[in-house]
Design a protein around this ligand. Structure first.
Ligand SMILES: [Zn+2]
Ligand SMILES: [Zn+2]
Length: 283
């Protein structure tokens, strides 16, 4: 029944509960395949990423859980890794040498100059302040820079799938009303998805904001284009709390089916596999 999730955060980074609580909840809800994906260490400190000195414990605890639950659920060890620069991204030797089952490539920052990074994945208010301070209130400029970073992530490679691409739609639309309906935004997003397809990347449909804001990343309006471009997708809840691991999944799967997707990607026996969307998600 497509009960899988490969994007979740525990107390190793900014999640609210230890890894084991997420596993218990996944078992309670009948999940068959589940992945941990702490925010990877960054070259500077934030209040949400995992410190580098916790990496060993994280890897060890994940491996212990994989063994402990091996007859009950498939557990996988991942990381959500930022694209910052051509030197710091999922393809960096440090991340490639870690014994991970998969890597998520995500953009949370836009570089402005000289390795100065602006957080664009923050709350709506801080985003507004950042755009005012660093982009002269030019929301189109920040959107262009964000999708440039998304393209550089793809060119750098080293990841299994792209996390919440188009998440800037939340902050951009909250501050610049109507921007998502503009021909500017639509053409930026369309050409980005064409780039994704050319490079044969997998995308997640991130359902984290569905309950609160009715938004998916990428948003539902792009699903038909994703399907036409034959981009493989999976649904992830990017859960920071055990009780939210299944949040928005049903709605995302239904919307994918409506857009004529017939399968989603799941990790089984260590291999990404296209699995048919279950009939319960079909109208
Ligand atoms: Zn993220
Ligand atoms: Zn995340």
């Amino acid at each position: 029944m497509n009960l899988t999730n490969y994007h979740s955060h525990s107390t190793y980074c900014d999640g609210s509960a230890p890894l084991k609580k997420f596993v218990s909840e996944a078992l309670n809800q009948g999940f068959t395949s589940y992945g941990f994906s702490s925010h990877a260490p960054l070259p500077f400190s934030t209040n949400w990423n995992m410190d580098k000195d916790k990496m060993e414990d994280y890897l060890e605890e994940c491996c212990e859980l994989v063994v402990e639950y091996k007859n009950k659920i498939e557990l996988y060890l991942g990381l959500e890794i930022d694209y910052l620069t051509d030197e710091y991204n999922p393809s960096s030797a440090y991340f490639q040498n870690l014994p991970l089952d998969y890597r998520i490539g995500s953009v949370h920052f836009v570089e402005i100059d000289n390795e100065q990074f602006v957080d664009v994945d923050c709350g709506v208010e801080l985003f507004r302040e950042n755009v005012q301070k660093y982009f002269n209130r030019d929301y189109e400029e920040v959107v262009i820079r964000y999708f440039e970073a998304q393209r550089k992530l793809i060119l750098a490679g080293g990841f299994d799938f792209i996390g919440h691409c188009d998440k800037i739609s939340k902050n951009a639309s909250a501050n610049a009303k109507g921007i998502l309906d503009s021909s500017f935004y639509k053409s930026v997003v369309k050409s980005y998805f064409e780039f994704v397809a050319q490079h044969k990347c997998m995308l997640e449909i991130n359902s984290k904001a569905y309950e609160l804001r009715g938004m998916l990343f990428p948003n539902i309006e792009h699903f038909e284009l994703l399907r036409e471009l034959e981009i493989p997708v999976m649904v992830n809840s990017d859960s920071h709390k055990p009780q939210l691991i299944n949040s928005g999944r049903k709605e995302a799967l239904k919307a994918l089916h409506t857009a004529k997707f017939d399968r989603v990607m799941e990790l089984h026996d260590g291999v990404w596999t296209g699995v048919p969307i279950h009939t319960i998600y079909r109208y």
